[in-house]
Design a protein around this ligand. Sequence first.
Ligand SMILES: C[S@@+](CC[C@H](N)C(=O)[O-])C[C@H]1O[C@@H](n2cnc3c(N)ncnc32)[C@H](O)[C@@H]1O
Length: 415
Amino acid sequence: MRPHKKFVPFPFEYHQEIELNIESLSNLGVGIAKVDIPSQEDPSELSKWVVFVPFSLPGDKVRARIFRNDNNCSQGDLVEVIEPSPHRIDPKCPLFGECGGCQYQHLEYQTQLEWKTQQVGELLKHMANINHEVKPAIPSPRQWNYRSKLTPHFNKPKNGKIEAIGFLRNGRRNSILDVPQCPIAMEEINDALPHLRKEAQLNAKQFKKGVTMLMRVTEGQVETNHRSIATEHVSDLAFNFLAGDFFQNNPFILPAFTEYVAKHASMHNAKYLVDAYCGSGLFALALASSFDKVAGVEVSETAADWARANARQNNIENATFKAASAEAIFADIDFPADETAVVIDPPRKGCNEEFLSQLFAFGPSRCVYVSCNPSTQMRDLQEFIKAGYVLEEVQPFDLFPQTRHLECVAVLKKG
Ligand SMILES: C[S@@+](CC[C@H](N)C(=O)[O-])C[C@H]1O[C@@H](n2cnc3c(N)ncnc32)[C@H](O)[C@@H]1O
């Protein structure tokens, strides 16, 4: 095979095979090796060069085939595991490695947790410039069959036939891998998948473009209509929301997750709570009994409506909800800042500048920042530190076993 036109043949040739000892794991779930190469300035000197190899693990000795050299690192495909890491195990799913969904099925679960914890510490140090202990990641009670939502896709049918229904192939942008079963999805989803796939094939001629299907578990059934109502139970609360709207999709860990946020938000006499980016009210309502008054804010009108309905349904009378962009909440509340905690759980892109400046102008005594994207969370944490907040605790929760993803909770107090 010929290299891509832009291939740079330094320090390795195209498709050169090299043996590597994998030392660590990036937060994208990719194994990292460091090798000595002759320095470009002075070839008699050696310098360290990083090589990334997807699906290799720390402790593995592997053979990798180089397909790309960048300015300070190279990328290789895993050809062979010469000596396996003691933590390497057999993946459960026959599609592991081909499917872009999971990165860690070949790694013992305890070791997945240890690496996730370490990765948060490294991001904190390198991106936010904060040296702080990270508490060991809290495991998911279920390591398999935990996802309550799955969104299989297919591309535009060709000649009236759908080629594959599933997820993007690992490392690809358009190519979809056919996924008949998914071992991280709840059993209800796997039971319903064959029928849904068959139905899509039968109707293939109707689809003029690619489709992302919805499968949401609700009360033991699978809902596929975005506009239908789904229900989830967290401890003794019931939450209704539109099946297509956001809801945390590992229900098994939610009692521990919300309890942790409740405990840390309500410390030191905080009596008032703002739940920013509140969705259908998960934190606001799960934490309401620990506070005198709660105010939630959420940009989706339907989610905010459901948050109000969920408060009524669960007989919670001290919570109000506003449908607006998160920064709008500060003009509404009359809570004393020194007795107020703010829970912040933004989408993957993190908080916007407007929200952060309004938040800091208000100056709540405590903030609990929950994030599914530690990179944007670390970027925002720098702003909290500049605004005089002190990091009290960092606690990852493993909502997504077998994958590189996690939720990270950062607890901050006003300095
Ligand atoms: C990660 S979800 C968290 C939802 C909720 N805390 C939960 O755990 O169920 C982020 C939420 O932020 C909402 N959102 C996105 N941009 C927003 C904005 N600018 N202001 C308020 N909410 C926003 C989304 O609609 C979504 O419901």
